[in-house]
Each structure stands twice: as structure tokens, then as C-alpha cells.
Design a protein around this ligand. Structure first.
Ligand SMILES: [Zn+2]
Length: 236
């Protein structure tokens, strides 16, 4: 909820997430500001429709899917083709535009002044050089701020490594910024929420352009642009 608040105040531009649980979307972040690099277990898509037709469900769509087996058993309302989940399993290459949203993630990273890494071991994310602007000279790359209780492969490159819990650090950060952490409200929650605006209708469809994949990152314009990436994220 803190991240959604920071985005609302234009302090975070983009969120890159490795989680598939849809919580960032549920927190109220706009989908365009999220890159869920490994998919979203509440979203299934029709890849036969152009652009891909997206169905946001209130239930887990991955019950019948697995590695290299992505059909969910449901059909597209528009064209009748089989729907597929959006999950990127270990060993697979994510090719869906949404909800992976690689384009927005790399664009945000290229403009970022700061990358805030919350709760991710970065063991997988380190393999994506575009997210770290590795093609730029070291002095022109975004500054890394890492919050994690364990070692990460990016620690030596970080401007600051905080050995703390994400919730504790975010509470302190929000207090320092004078921002109140919003309470999660199911009635106002984003998609994927059982009682959210689209949750009430089982299976909200988004057929138009604009839906997209994502990861967790954020940027802070005005005082710099930040991109954040999260693994576990946090409840705060
Ligand atoms: Zn279709």
C-alpha cells in the first residue's frame, strides 16, 4: 500500500514484481505502472485476439496449468480460442506483452535515478541486464537501494544496503516523507480482488491495448526517478 501511495504522489514511477499473486494490482497501482515479470495468477489471456484479450479473474487461473502447459480450459468470449495463463515458469521465456510489461520496465529503468529493491534476493533479477542499465557506464546507472535481510548479488553495487524488514523500512520511509500508509480497502481495491470493482464481476475482460506485463519498480521524479523491484514485497 505504501508503494501505491508513493506512486500516487509521483514519487515512484514504476513497479517491477516477480510475484504472481497480483497484490500490486490489487493495491490500486495502475496496470501500466506495473511489470509482473513472471505473470499474474489471476489473469488469463487470449493470444488469438489482436491485441491479446485479457481476462482478469477473481480466482486462481493456474489450477490446470504447469510448465509448458498453459491452457486454462476456458475459452475466449470473443473468438472462442483457448485461454492461457500468464505465468512464466523457471526455464521458460516470457513472451506475453501483458502482464509482463517488459517494455515499460526497461523504459522506466532507463530513466530512473534510483532503484529500490524490496525483499528480493535478486538472484533471478540480476540476470536481466536491461533492468540495471548495465550498458551505461557505472556512474550513469540508477543508484541502488536494497532492503533485504539476506545477502544479494547486487549488495556490492548498492548505494545503501539496509538489513531490515521491508515493512519496517517502508513505515520509516513513509513517516519521513510525511505520508500516511493507506489502508487496504476491498471495496476500492484494484482488479484481482474478490470484492474489488472488477472482482464483483467474475472475469473482467480487457480487450484493448494498454494492458501489459510488469515487474516492480518505481521512480521519483522531481527528486530523481526511481525504479523499484520487489520479490516478496510486503504488506505495508
Ligand atoms: Zn480471442
Amino acid at each position: 500500500m505504501s508503494i501505491a501511495c508513493l506512486h500516487k504522489h509521483n514519487l515512484v514511477q514504476h513497479v517491477v514484481s516477480q510475484n504472481c499473486d497480483g497484490l500490486h494490482l490489487r493495491s490500486g497501482l495502475p496496470q501500466a505502472a506495473i511489470s509482473e515479470l513472471h505473470g499474474n495468477m489471476y489473469i488469463e489471456v487470449c493470444t488469438s485476439c489482436t491485441p491479446n484479450r485479457e481476462y482478469v479473474r477473481v480466482f486462481d487461473v493456474t489450477e490446470r496449468t504447469a510448465l509448458h502447459r498453459h491452457h486454462t480450459g476456458r475459452m475466449c468470449h470473443k473468438c472462442g480460442a483457448q485461454l492461457r495463463d500468464t505465468i512464466v515458469h523457471f526455464g521458460e521465456k516470457g513472451t506475453l506483452r501483458q502482464p509482463l510489461n517488459w517494455e515499460a520496465a526497461t523504459e522506466a529503468a532507463s530513466k530512473a535515478d534510483v532503484i529500490l529493491c524490496l525483499g528480493s534476493s535478486l538472484k533471478v533479477l540480476k540476470k536481466y541486464p536491461r533492468l540495471w542499465c548495465m550498458s551505461k557506464p557505472p556512474t550513469r546507472r540508477p543508484k541502488l537501494y536494497i532492503v533485504n535481510l539476506q545477502w544479494t548479488p547486487k549488495d556490492d553495487l548498492a548505494a545503501l544496503k539496509l538489513h531490515g524488514r521491508c515493512d519496517d523500512v517502508m513505515r520509516l520511509l513513509m513517516a519521513e516523507l510525511g505520508l500516511e500508509i493507506p489502508r487496504y480497502d476491498r471495496r476500492r481495491a484494484g482488479p484481482c480482488s474478490p470484492a474489488g470493482p472488477s472482482g464483483a464481476a467474475a472475469g473482467k475482460c480487457r480487450g484493448g491495448p494498454g494492458g501489459g506485463p510488469g515487474w516492480a519498480g518505481a521512480a521519483l521524479p522531481g527528486r530523481g526517478r526511481a525504479v523499484g523491484c520487489g520479490g516478496a514485497g510486503g504488506a505495508v
